[in-house]
Design a protein around this ligand. Structure first.
Ligand SMILES: Nc1ncnc2c1ncn2[C@@H]1O[C@H](COP(=O)(O)OP(=O)(O)OP(=O)(O)O)[C@@H](O)[C@H]1O
Ligand SMILES: O=c1ccn([C@@H]2O[C@H](COP(=O)(O)O)[C@@H](O)[C@H]2O)c(=O)[nH]1
Length: 239
């Protein structure tokens, strides 16, 4: 008998920045196709998958703010960047036989449907992949917080943060080569140590809702499937 998934419904946070692949900006076609292939594997195992996509490959509000833009305006640009990523993801999913539905936290109805919680739940029950675009719909937040928020709203059993590093480290591993990876760490410890893998708002929301997070590398082939099968992969952040 094939291995059974450990979770029935997950919220997958996909790194926007990872979509660039080896490019300097934007969406690398081969990368998005490969990422969707990994998602398809777990959807085809019968897992209900909702996705929050980041926007770091196109625009981050903090970058606009740092060069003198009004921060809220820059954040709306960042949220619109996630809508572009969501459309690209949806297109790649359709081409690989999945049935995606993009729902936006910002009204943009000629492009994608608005986020309506009961509709999202219905799509998930039907086996469709729901892609949440435009983050929380509010400036001064991040798509990690959107992942925590939507994860809690849809009753996901876990938030899976698929990113460029293979777990939570004692310091940013892209800056400190001596950083050590945790296999598991509590929310309280991650927050008290100020570990920059996720923002404090996202951590606090997941902690309060007792919603565990798994952090793993989206570049490691098969890692998403191993996480869904409950195998030893990445870092578990627990309440
Ligand atoms: N303690 C830490 N452990 C692991 N990674 C860390 C840590 N501190 C900082 N980081 C950095 O956090 C990054 C991931 O966070 P971030 O949410 O900014 O990126 P992302 O997942 O690519 O998101 P986006 O969707 O916004 O593009 C990693 O690439 C890593 O360099
Ligand atoms: O709820 C949200 C989510 C995102 N933003 C803005 O979008 C960009 C891109 O999101 P990342 O999480 O960094 O990938 C972010 O930098 C914010 O500017 C937002 O305002 N509100």
């Amino acid at each position: 008998m094939p291995a059974q998934p450990a979770n029935k419904r997950i919220l997958l946070k996909l790194s926007g920045e990872a979509l660039m692949g080896d490019d300097a900006f934007g969406i690398n076609r081969a990368t998005i196709v490969r990422m969707v292939g990994e998602v398809a594997e777990v959807v085809n195992m019968g897992v209900q998958v909702a996705v929050v996509i980041g926007g770091g490959n196109i625009f981050r509000g903090v970058a606009g703010g740092s060069v003198g833009m009004d921060r809220a305006t820059a954040d709306y640009m960042g949220m619109l960047a996630t809508v572009m990523n969501a459309l690209a993801l949806s297109d790649a999913m359709t081409k690989q036989g999945l049935v995606p539905r993009v729902m936006s936290a910002i009204a943009i109805e000629q492009v994608v449907e608005p986020y309506v919680r009961p509709k999202a739940l219905q799509y998930l029950e039907e086996g469709k992949v729901v892609i949440f675009a435009a983050g929380t719909g509010n400036p001064f937040f991040t798509t990690d917080t959107a992942a925590a928020l939507r994860g809690a709203e849809i009753g996901a059993e876990m938030v899976l943060k698929a990113t460029k590093v293979d777990g939570v480290y004692s310091a940013d591993p892209q800056k400190d080569p001596s950083a050590e990876r945790y296999t598991r760490i509590s929310f309280d410890e991650a927050m008290s140590r100020n570990l920059g893998i996720m923002d404090a708002t996202a951590f606090a929301l997941c902690r309060d809702q007792k919603l565990p997070i798994k952090v793993f590398s989206i570049f490691k082939h098969g890692a998403l499937k191993r996480v869904v099968l409950g195998e030893d992969e990445g870092t578990l952040v627990y309440a």
